[in-house]
Design a protein around this ligand. Sequence first.
Ligand code: MG
Length: 247
Amino acid sequence: MNTPQLVTFVLSLSITHIACANNQALPDPKKTEIWEPEPQVVSTFNNVPSDAISLFNGQNLSEWQHGDGTEVQWPIVGNAFTIKPGTKGIKTKQQFCDMQLHIEWRSPTIDPNKSGQHLGNSGIFLQGRYEIQVLNSYQNRTYSNGQAGSIYKQSAPLVNASRPPLEWQTYDIIFTAPKYDSQGQLTQKAHVTVLHNGVLIQNHTEIQGSTRYRGLPEYPSAYECGPIHLQDHGSKVSYRNIWVRQL
Ligand code: MG
């Protein structure tokens, strides 16, 4: 072996030694792999997930009832239904806790004699208690924590993503129900994330309690899951394409 060959040989030995030492110091990547459980396969058809429960797909309102248990009186026209003012709200027959909810809504024509909270007011009550406001908030100022996408009288939306009346709008809502211990004491408040027409307007916002017109929100003592409730506030708001995924 001549001198250059010897230098090359010594260098290659050193590199091999360093590589071996480095490999020994590195953690095994398999130790951080989690294989079970494998996430369930969910496909989508017309943007509706295959594991979603359809609450209204344009056919009928059999998943809903009025507060007194009677059949829904709200008329279906085309693939949507519209609030019949004065008939009181409707609620799902099924109960829900943690969920992903998709719902589309449309404000009616503007009544020039009305403004603020009286223009296209409705609401989506999660677990029957926490209202995500539905309102025509397009060029219609009202208190910020009462406009479209607010947690009513609690948290204003991050931005105003409202479209003009008569245009369809979407809410995608991710709701985490409050948690209670075995004594019925609240251990974790509810949280909600809302996308309005695809725009984030509530980002894992903490809900302070049942939404109220008067007075401060409060959590009642422990309770079960609840229905999704659509408010009749005297406006002919329309709804369509409603589905929910239980989480
Ligand atoms: Mg309302």
